[in-house]
Design a protein around this ligand. Structure first.
Ligand code: SF4
Length: 346
């Protein structure tokens, strides 16, 4: 059994404490010290009787702790954190400020197996999945370090969240608990490159986080060039899974479409996208591509992005444009890990 208390839900901690003969309310003390006060030492949970602190420690329980290795700030308010895990792995997370609302973009894996062509993380070797505690800790530590109240979480950093399904959904539950960070399910977004089985599984949970799906192209041929995993999961299968999520959860899905010059920015592709999305309850985010040293793509021209948006809007599809942010510190979407690709090439 994993003995990291940061990876446990409140119910799991209650059951551990009950196993030591303690009352359920003691679990809340532990949970709030870990999640609200960023405590990483069982002995510092002073509201927990000494007897229980000793029992937990003697039984091998501990509280994991991500170390901040580096922190970079962009003039637009974006802050990128480089963390080191206990086994020396490095991951990145981003704190975004949108008109005072704070969002943290968290990583779910060290590296990524899916190798999307436009994404810096996809060029890094996959090392391992992050634990639920390591995913949650990015939020706990950034919130403590910045002193900010965190409004939203997006599982959109390094890694594919649905490829680390169990730990990601557990982190969603842990962070949503009112006894801890209390970041509601509707303020947490799982962003996937589009794994149909994972989307269907998510639809069967008893909690429904927001779902964002990275499409990037309206047909299989083009999509496969950008997102190689599309070879395995054709669009008809992905669309069926998204419609199932719509029906089961009554939630609208966000379609992410990263715009690259001469690749997927042709107005005809916007018309194709309209056909594809027919019957799906979805809105579209057009993301200005963020270049990185590993790939040769360029951002689409801003006027072309606006034209793409207008075509979608005229068809009644709610569409917003996300222009680049945090680029001076390589904290923008698709750029996480870019510094390490650069160093590897030197
Ligand atoms: Fe992995 Fe997401 Fe990057 Fe694709 S976009 S390589 S799924 S981190």
């Amino acid at each position: 059994m994993d003995k990291d208390l940061k990876s446990k839900t409140l119910i799991e901690i209650q059951s551990i404490i009950a196993g030591f003969g303690g009352k359920g309310y003691l679990a809340k003390y532990i949970y709030s010290f870990i999640h609200q006060h960023n405590t990483n030492d069982i002995n510092l949970i002073t509201t927990l009787p000494k007897e229980f602190r000793a029992k937990l420690s003697n039984d091998g329980f501990y509280i994991s702790n991500l170390k901040i290795v580096e922190k970079l700030s962009d003039p637009d308010g974006t802050v990128k954190y480089l963390f080191e895990t206990a086994d020396g792995q490095q991951i990145e997370s981003v704190l975004l400020d949108e008109n005072g609302r704070k969002t943290i973009c968290v990583s779910t894996q060290v590296g990524c197996r899916l190798g999307c062509r436009f994404c810096a993380t996809g060029y890094l070797k996959f090392a391992r999945n992050l634990t639920a505690g390591e995913i949650a800790d990015q939020v706990i530590t950034i919130s403590a370090d910045s002193g900010c109240k965190i409004n939203n979480i997006v599982y959109m950093g390094m890694g594919e969240p649905l490829d680390n399904y169990e730990n990601t959904i557990k982190a969603v539950r842990i962070l949503a608990d009112p006894a801890g960070k209390n970041i509601g399910i509707r303020r947490q977004t799982i962003s996937t490159v589009g794994l149909p089985d994972g989307i269907k599984k998510l639809a069967n949970e008893n909690i429904y986080p927001r779902l964002a799906v990275s499409l990037h192209a309206p047909d299989d041929e083009l999509r496969t060039q950008i997102v190689p995993v599309a070879n395995k999961y054709p669009l008809y299968e992905l669309l069926a899974a998204m419609k199932h999520y719509n029906q089961k959860t009554d939630r609208r899905i966000t379609i992410e479409y990263c715009m690259m010059e001469g690749v997927n920015d042709d107005p005809d592709l916007a018309r194709k996208l309209i056909q594809l999305l027919r019957g799906l309850h979805a809105s579209v985010n057009l993301i200005e591509y963020n270049p990185h040293p590993g790939a040769n793509f360029k951002p689409a021209d801003r006027d072309r992005i606006k034209m793409f948006k207008d075509i979608l809007m005229q068809a009644g599809i709610e569409t917003i444009i996300r222009f680049r942010r945090g680029t001076s510190i390589k904290a923008a979407c698709g750029q996480l890990g870019a510094d390490r690709i650069k160093k590897a090439k030197i």
